[in-house]
Design a protein around this ligand. Structure first.
Ligand code: ZN
Length: 401
């Protein structure tokens, strides 16, 4: 059946249009994989007529504006954003699984219809993604890494697969792929949170990094890395990763390497912001690490954006006070480093979809997924309207409120 939706304003993933219509076509039935897709988008006055004998319905849109379902390039569904990261990452698998289900739903209701989970303490998010695909439970589309690949004493050791040496990295990466991972995550540098190495250190060697890149690409998967320090970013870029998460301490030399290789950046500003906004509730050690890097972070990403590096939205949701339903805050942070509202919204939709390797997501175009977010105001005039969607559609149907 054909569904026609009319709206006052629409953002298709790259540009805006007024007085628009979207045509959705569903293949009929509710079997997995038989979801509706977008078949036409354009000016309301030019919407195609329904052929004789075919059924069609005109639906009143839930709000005046519509944007594509948003894509969070970096989250941890198993984490709630509790103040003590060190305690939360040590939770048992059963609790982590329940939280993943809850947070996936929270993200979906907030307009995030695709998430990329970059590290859990097991295979629970991979399993959740598969269950959602099969229609067992409602939720966003999930791209999941399983465990992240780290080193002895490295960041993420609490939940990651600890590997030392290229052979061990190869084995660790293969384990995630065999378990059903749809992206590979590595840790190139130390971190701001957690008990491992600090942000400047680059424990993962070029050899180890190349081993992970090779295994990921051989399996047809993207590989992304956690990296704060410039040296770690360069090692990862030269080894062939597809994107870099956090990219906190960028310098001109590193930006050049990243630009030359067309590597995307996911700065996850929300992670540092959530820590700084809740300074009174955190330990001095975490605060001290955060304050040292925050200003440099903005400056570096601003320079990368100016140099034409691709930047996509991800929040690292699950880190302290950084909850899954507040994804849209990241768009405001991207605006602060010099993006226009249009660029920020593209970074959270079409560009993010490309970065996570799901080009049918994040756009309103023929052939794209019918994942839609309805809002009451023009998001290009005020990005904050995206924090409170009126309705969210996933796979062509409204998500449960
Ligand atoms: Zn993360």
């Amino acid at each position: 059946m054909r569904t026609v939706l009319e709206v006052d304003g629409l953002f298709d993933g790259t540009t805006a249009m007024s007085d628009a219509a979207i045509v959705l076509e569903d293949a009929g039935g509710s079997a997995p994989g038989r979801e509706a897709t977008i078949t036409w988008v354009g000016k309301r006055s030019r919407a195609p007529r329904t052929p004789k004998g075919e059924r069609s319905r005109a639906l009143e849109a839930a709000a005046r504006f519509v944007v594509p379902g948003m894509v969070n390039c970096h989250c941890h569904l198993t984490l709630d954003g509790s103040a003590s990261f060190e305690t939360e990452v040590r939770q048992d698998d059963a609790l982590a699984t329940i939280k993943a289900f809850k947070n996936a739903r929270a993200a979906l209701r907030a307009g995030v219809t695709t998430v990329r989970d970059l590290g859990a303490n097991g295979t629970m998010v991979i399993a959740l993604g598969a269950a959602i695909e099969r229609g067992v439970v409602e939720g966003p589309r999930v791209v999941a890494a399983g465990r992240g690949i780290t080193t002895t004493g490295g960041h993420g050791g609490e939940v990651g697969r600890v590997c030392d040496g290229a052979d061990e990295v190869r084995r660790g990466t293969r384990e995630q792929i065999a378990a059903g991972a749809t992206v590979v995550k590595i840790f190139s540098t130390g971190g701001v949170l957690g008990e491992g190495a600090g942000p400047d250190l680059a424990p993962l060697t070029p050899d180890e990094t190349r081993a992970a890149v090779e295994e990921a690409h051989k399996a047809g998967l993207r590989i992304t890395t956690h990296a704060h320090g410039a040296e770690g970013m360069r090692i990862a870029a030269e080894a062939g990763v597809d994107s870099i998460e956090h990219c906190t301490l960028l310098d001109q030399r590193t930006i050049r390497v990243i630009k030359e290789r067309d590597i995307a950046l996911v700065p996850t500003f929300a992670a540092l912001r959530s820590i700084l906004d809740n300074a009174d509730k955190l330990t001095e050690r975490v605060l001290e690490r955060t304050r040292t890097v925050a200003a440099k972070h903005q400056e570096g990403v601003r320079a990368a954006h100016r140099a034409g590096v691709r930047i996509a939205a991800g929040t690292d949701a699950g880190t302290p006070f950084n909850v899954h339903e507040r994804f849209a805050l990241e768009l405001g942070y991207l605006k602060e480093i010099g993006m226009t509202a249009e660029e920020a919204l593209a970074a959270a939709t079409s560009r993010a979809a490309d970065v996570v390797g799901r080009p049918k997501a994040g756009r309103i175009a023929p052939g794209a997924h019918a994942d839609l977010v309805f809002i009451d105001g023009d998001p290009l005039a005020d990005l904050d309207v995206l924090l409170a969607p009126k309705a969210v559609w996933i796979r062509g149907v409204p998500a449960a409120p």
